[in-house]
Design a protein around this ligand. Structure first.
Ligand SMILES: Cc1cc2nc3c(=O)[nH]c(=O)nc-3n(C[C@H](O)[C@H](O)[C@H](O)COP(=O)(O)OP(=O)(O)OC[C@H]3O[C@@H](n4cnc5c(N)ncnc54)[C@H](O)[C@@H]3O)c2cc1C
Length: 296
């Protein structure tokens, strides 16, 4: 995969539909962070908290969602279990015959990815941080088991602390410091529809069927897959994804059969074997930290 092509901020549903304790805690903290961003960044990330619904299509999926709801509630996330008719009230165009129920988290939401990006750029610049866009770190310099800096195409940057937050490419750059981390770059695809009038407030997710659908601020719907494609060396959009996501969404919300698709693209996430992130210092390389594997 070529890093140079990874430029598009990813559509983000900030959601807490997680099944494991530590991931629920992390997601809950994520929501709190987004709520505090306007004050912390002095910039509005346009975080719209209309909630999100994780749908169940089979009894087995519903049983698992019910179990997760209990765990989420015990950890302070106010998830509600919903019957199909209650989901229909929240999402009127949904074909309720297709669903057995779902879990609704009212505090979940959708920020504007560009506003989040530029808000951080502004705040960091004000703090005196120098940002070098489109600058690929080629090597992490290590001497006597201490991180010394990074080498880029045109420069040599010295620093006593290096944080490897390179997403799907974290493993590749870690290798240059002699550090092996079990992280794989995997492709994920998404498409965006034409702009429509506001019609669906909560984001729709199926953790089991691996897709999501959310109306963005400008009225476009982002429809994506959470399936990661192993071994695909390109970032090309695929016809396979276009067919699958279109069929899946139209079955759930028949009116989408008349909606035009504007564009489609793919991005990269970093996945670890147990789908848990890797966060913390590296044994044996003083000053080198990892913050990666967040795509699981
Ligand atoms: C299409 C798509 C849709 C998604 N939708 C959602 C969603 O709705 N909700 C959700 O929670 N998650 C979503 N995700 C997953 C989410 O984007 C990731 O979990 C998240 O971005 C991980 O953050 P990160 O900072 O670890 O990595 P990234 O956001 O991938 O950031 C890594 C950065 O490091 C840079 N980089 C890599 N190598 C180098 C190098 N050698 N030198 C310099 N820079 C480097 C990359 O260019 C990139 O900017 C989606 C992912 C994709 C691809």
């Amino acid at each position: 995969m070529e890093l140079d092509r990874v430029v598009e901020p990813k559509p983000v549903i900030i959601n807490q539909h997680r099944a494991r304790e530590e991931m629920i805690a992390l997601a809950k903290e994520g929501v709190k962070t987004f709520e505090e961003l306007p004050i912390r960044l002095e910039f509005n990330p346009l975080f719209r908290q209309d909630g999100s619904i994780n749908l169940a299509f089979t009894q087995e999926e519903f049983d698992e969602i019910r179990k997760n709801v209990r765990l989420q509630n015990s950890l302070g996330v106010k998830t509600e279990l919903l019957e199909p008719h209650e989901i229909k009230e929240l999402i009127p165009p949904i074909n309720e015959e297709k669903i057995l129920g779902g879990a609704f988290i009212p505090t979940d939401g959708i920020p504007n990815p560009y506003a989040v990006l530029f808000g951080h750029v502004n705040a960091l610049t004000k703090m005196g941080v120098e940002i070098r866009p489109f600058t690929k770190a080629k090597k992490i310099k290590v001497k006597n088991e201490e991180a010394k800096g990074v080498t880029t195409k045109n420069s040599d940057i010295n620093a006593p602390i290096i944080i490897n937050a390179a997403g799907g490419f974290a493993g590749e750059i870690a290798k240059t410091a002699g550090v092996k981390i079990p992280i794989q770059p995997m492709k994920r695809e998404v498409l965006v529809t034409e702009m429509l009038k506001p019609s669906i407030d909560p984001a729709i997710i199926s953790a089991h069927r691996n897709f999501y659908l959310a109306q963005m601020l400008r009225g476009e719907f982002a429809c994506g897959s959470t399936v990661t494609k192993d071994g695909d060396p390109t970032l090309d959009s695929s016809l396979e994804f276009l067919r699958w996501i279109s069929r899946t969404i139209v079955e759930l919300i028949p009116q989408f059969a008349y909606v035009k698709i504007k564009r489609q693209w793919a991005g990269v996430i970093g996945v670890t074997p147990d789908k848990r992130p890797i966060i913390g210092g590296v044994n044996g390389v003083e000053g080198l930290y990892l913050a990666c594997g967040l795509g699981g």
